[in-house]
Write a protein that binds this ligand. Sequence first.
Ligand SMILES: Nc1ncnc2c1ncn2[C@@H]1O[C@H](COP(=O)(O)OP(=O)(O)O)[C@@H](O)[C@H]1O
Ligand SMILES: [Mg+2]
Length: 261
Amino acid sequence: MTVGSAAEAPAPALQLQGVGRRFGALQALRDVTMEVAAGERRAILGPNGAGKTTLFNVVAGDFPPTSGTIRLYGTEVTHLQPHRRTRLGLTRTYQNSQLFMGLSVADSLYLAGRGVRSGRFSMVRPRASDPALVHAREVADIVHLGDVYDRAVGSLSHGQQRQLEVGMALAGRPRLLMLDEPAAGLSRGERTMLTDLLRSLPRDITIILVEHDMDVALAAADRVTVMQEGSIVVEGTPDTIQADQTVQDIYLGHSVGAHHG
Ligand SMILES: Nc1ncnc2c1ncn2[C@@H]1O[C@H](COP(=O)(O)OP(=O)(O)O)[C@@H](O)[C@H]1O
Ligand SMILES: [Mg+2]
């Protein structure tokens, strides 16, 4: 196993080789082999139950795969603890909101930047010059929440709450950001706004986006990987994916609406 030298191409952000995950008799992931280049924006598209969240869970280390290997930036992490993967630059969001409604936007971003998860914070007032507070303010602007910086999370619109979740993930300065259905439950207008926001994020951050909504996936990504029943069925540029008959068949076979839970 070689560690990248200056002369070699940079290691891919993520490499999966033959990754499988079984839950009893159910094969939730089946021989998944894929590579995401550093700086790429990749969407993982597929109907409910395709294995998208399970893929995130094994990459983040929430549980190990039952077969195959996972590498982050060239380092094998297949059985590494989640916090060690975080130290390699990985941050992921969860499909269900992890927000704490009583906190302000400012406090949420500040605590996320300090690596504190909701509900486990201590009431320490940071000084205005605290670099983590300065960074929280910068992130608020990146996710277009500068105007509601001091508002309580519970008073934000659903779209703004989703923007905040992206901001909280950014606050930890990830190299690889994995977002699980960041546009879920949003209106068409809010989805467009979130897609534009994702496209505008700093280009040095690699983004893997799980999406159930084809419009969001095609608009936000450089490349799209389509999954069904635990397997990758096709991978390509948004144009290729849009024109692909297999993808059309998968999506016509499922009612994929603008709103889902
Ligand atoms: N922890 C788990 N235990 C048992 N079955 C699971 C678990 N997580 C996911 N599954 C099953 O694995 C399959 C894929 O689920 P999931 O990865 O959540 O799909 P998606 O995110 O694409 O909707 C589903 O059939 C789901 O019920
Ligand atoms: Mg899911």
